[in-house]
Design a protein around this ligand. Sequence first.
Ligand SMILES: Cc1cc2nc3c(=O)[nH]c(=O)nc-3n(C[C@H](O)[C@H](O)[C@H](O)COP(=O)(O)OP(=O)(O)OC[C@H]3O[C@@H](n4cnc5c(N)ncnc54)[C@H](O)[C@@H]3O)c2cc1C
Length: 501
Amino acid sequence: MNHVAPLPGTKRACVIGAGLGGLATAIRLQAAGVATVLVEARDRPGGRAADEERDGFRFDGGPGVLNDRAALEALWALTGDDLSDAVTLLPVEPLCRYAWPDGTIFDLHADDGALTREIARIAPGDLAGYEDYARFTREMLAEFRTRPGPAPFSAFAALARAAPQLARHQAWRSLWSVIARSVKSEHLREALAVPALIGGANPFAASALLAAEHARERSGGLWWPEGGMGRLAQALQTRFERLGGTVRLHDPAARIHTLGNRAHAVETQSGWNDRFDAVASSADLVHTWRDLLGDAPRGIEMARKTRRRAHAPGLFTVSFALEGAWPGIPHRMVLLGPRFRGLVEDIYAHGVLPQDQMIWLDHPSLTDPSLAPPGKSLFHAAVPVAHLGKLPIDWETVGPMLEQRVLDEIGRRLVPDIHDRVITRFHTTPRDLALDFNASLGSGFGLDPGPLATGWLRPATRDARIGNLYLTGSCAMPGGGLPGALASAEICARTMLENLP
Ligand SMILES: Cc1cc2nc3c(=O)[nH]c(=O)nc-3n(C[C@H](O)[C@H](O)[C@H](O)COP(=O)(O)OP(=O)(O)OC[C@H]3O[C@@H](n4cnc5c(N)ncnc54)[C@H](O)[C@@H]3O)c2cc1C
């Protein structure tokens, strides 16, 4: 822990949660001269992107790629340093391989020529339609980049403010309907819709605004931080501490104390208690309102409202190390099942655990051999499943069965003798997300980024009543995945700086 006494008169802020969103918020505040304390429940930074050591292997639990290099570079530049001095980013190519049970394979490339050849191969009639869609995705990205906007104070204000943009881009349409009007091949439609699912959104319901992710990946590329996502989180922590910030790990915030309409102190489970001019939480929204502010009327009111909102699905993950090198399995792959819409409906609406599944398979040791000893490989498989509110099953019993099913499927489709090659394996369930991250309903992504919880319509950065309380990270505006967490940090820090007394 680092203790630097702030100069008299210096403003003080507390950021709760050291995921990538919380780290980015804290760095921005500290770089602007606000003495900032970052409080994290777990013993390491990174949140969902933290890593974990098992049997001599270092496994990353969350995102298998970095999809917003530009935002990270901008963050580093703000601190007067160069990202490349701290972290080596390795390119991931192809951006993703999609594979179906009928044997069809489609590689999404950043390079125009290579992608055109792939589309011509699996869906020759869709070349012009894809171009239309790609243009649309670039417009969406420009909208997100130029107009994340100041924090609106209520959902109604947000809707009113956003209405012209929403109308101009037909954002009331679902992502799927925009994809389907452009391309006819079911395989291509599914491949273009999957990134929304990886951000927690149902492509059949979520706003077409989410198409921006396609343009972001294609223009900015996908990257892997050498050493893993956990290393990146450590580098961010070091950067923050070098700027003079203070990190408290392994000490969960227990209360945000309020006085009238002000948050005035944060208390942790260890009994540490300090006063602040402003507080930002990047922890789960329900947890923040119910557990950290639960003795204030505003906390009770907002916990009730937030609990009623739709949450994104849970995630089931299997991390495993294999004997052998697998150069034919790309860094990022999606193994689609026989159904797409039906499977999505089972996860989002029906709350059942289907026999079939969609597996997002990452193979980071292909890009970064430093992650595994020579002749061995690391994999991470994630399967979206209904959250605990929709599927209240006993994950202690179901987890081992689903782990076996996921490995069997990967064996059938990619590594025939997988069970003989496994060196180590373990899984995490929505229950673990609830226990380890205070994630409401074990959701992998917080609020469902549905049509009324995307972009400008996600929970506001600054609370409408407790004027010095802020929400940041992927739970808050503009939300959704790593790019959302980093954008949210920028909006949150800027709003805090504008409003610090
Ligand atoms: C398996 C998986 C795969 C993913 N893949 C992708 C992907 O490919 N692309 C993508 O864009 N996104 C992906 N995501 C989502 C991405 O990881 C998250 O959106 C992002 O990491 C969220 O960062 P955050 O800082 O907002 O939240 P978090 O990482 O959840 O950080 C919140 C932090 O708050 C801490 N906390 C909670 N309660 C307290 C408390 N009381 N006191 C102190 N600290 C507390 C938690 O321990 C945690 O460290 C994936 C997520 C998972 C789980």
